[in-house]
Design a protein around this ligand. Structure first.
Ligand code: NAP
Ligand code: GDD
Length: 349
């Protein structure tokens, strides 16, 4: 029988790639989206799957809409990806982030418990749980020390997932995913901010790139590979929690340098440090040991750092070239404001 999957946050980076992955596996795919005044289905359109998805309106702050979504989709598997996912914004919206990113997990788990506890559940946990707890590679047993309202909300969701697994026997898994990027990444995240700006600078549309902490190090992988790990977790005999990472760590500075290298430009001539992009607390180092996922799921990353930077810069270059040639296609960048025009507590000059 055809399997049915419900993806919350299908309009986001991971939601779009996971939808494509599950469609290719023969799943019937349902996805929740938020009602917004301007449609934001560009990622699903860019992957050519928009017409193949069943869309259900739902908001994580509205438990009734979550219950309705699960009743309509009658899923075998729920992939809970929706969240206020930007760490920077969580300092500006700590209460909303707690409600959406934290309590949202419980609203879904509780709906599953009440409607059909046989539904398998994937929770999008994160390497941000570790915070500044270690300057060595971490695994599933390492201590957590969240360093943002986002990470604290995710830690709550992580524990609720484990609690529902143990208390009610729900097949519930936490994917502790380290940063994963792609040409579909949101423009506020540093990798895509860099690849987009480098493409514009190379084509003469932009003059500079303003960034914050260049010393922060992240374990950056390739998003299309990470969604397979989500699916693998729900295909196991027993539910469990897994670190998904590359076990390599690189600084924001290295990302910048490599990205400018691709277009033969010297990054130091274009990058300006701007205090508005520093966070009240930052996570300085993240590196994940994915041995458990390799052993139990047979999962391993293939795209490494240099290749990832190349994929992202080339994709943005190609888009801006097409745009300059008058082509129009599903894409986020032309309408994105210059970030120095966005006034928030952290970003006010
Ligand atoms: P993303 O691109 O920011 O997508 C987030 C999704 O959540 C979007 O579809 C968004 O809808 C939806 N959403 C936000 N608030 C909502 C609300 N109140 N009700 C319903 N939907 C809401 O994030 P991503 O990079 O795909 O990440 C997916 C998940 O993995 C997130 O939970 C994130 O925290 C977690 N994670 C990501 C990474 C990473 O490196 N990408 C690493 C670890 C964990 P709109 O399109 O309407 O905004
Ligand atoms: N966004 C951004 N913008 N970050 C900057 C900038 C800038 O101009 N300059 C330096 N950085 C630094 C941040 O301070 C941080 O240390 C690092 O770049 C990465 O920032 P983001 O790309 O915003 O990602 P993140 O690591 O905070 O969070 C992402 O990964 C988490 C997993 O570890 C998000 O996808 C989270 O949802 C995810 O859980």
């Amino acid at each position: 029988m055809t399997k049915r999957a419900l993806i919350t946050g299908i309009t986001g980076q991971d939601g779009a790639y996971l939808a494509k992955f599950l469609l290719d596996k023969g799943y019937e795919v349902y996805g929740t989206y938020r009602r917004v005044s301007t449609p934001n289905f560009w990622r699903l359109q860019a992957l050519g799957i928009f017409e193949k998805i069943n869309l259900i309106p739902a908001d994580l702050v509205d438990a009734a809409s979550i219950i309705e979504a699960i009743k309509i989709a009658e899923p075998d598997e729920v992939y809970h990806l929706a969240a206020q996912s930007f760490v920077g914004a969580s300092f500006e919206q700590p209460i909303g982030t707690g409600d959406i990113t934290g309590l949202g997990v419980t609203r879904i788990l509780e709906a599953i418990r009440q409607i059909n506890p046989e539904i398998k559940f994937y929770n999008a946990a994160t390497s941000e749980l570790y915070g500044n707890g270690s300057n060595k590679p971490v695994n599933e047993e390492s201590p957590f020390k969240p360093a943002s309202p986002y990470a604290a909300a995710k830690l709550y969701g992580y524990w609720m997932t484990r609690i529902y697994r143990e208390a009610y026997g729900i097949f519930a898994c936490n994917g502790i995913l380290f940063n994963h990027e792609s040409p579909l990444r949101g423009l506020e995240f540093v990798t895509r901010k860099i690849s987009n700006a480098v493409a514009k600078i190379a084509l003469g549309i932009e003059k500079e790139l303003r960034l914050g902490n260049l010393d922060a190090k992240r374990d950056w992988g390739y998003a299309p590979e990470y969604v397979e790990a989500m699916w693998l977790m729900l295909q196991q005999k027993e539910p469990d929690d897994y670190v998904i990472a590359t076990n390599e760590s690189h600084s924001v500075r290295e990302f910048v340098e490599k990205a400018f290298d691709i277009v033969d430009l010297d990054w130091q001539e274009y990058v300006k440090i701007d205090k508005r992009f520093f966070r009240p607390i930052d996570v300085n180092f993240l590196q994940g040991d994915y041995s458990k996922a390799k052993k139990k799921l047979g999962w391993e990353p293939k795209v490494r750092f240099n290749k990832l930077v190349e994929i992202m810069v080339k994709a943005d270059l190609e888009r801006w070239e097409r745009w300059l040639n008058g082509e129009r296609f599903p894409w986020d960048a032309p309408n994105y404001p210059n970030e120095t025009r966005i006034l928030t507590r952290g970003l006010r000059v």
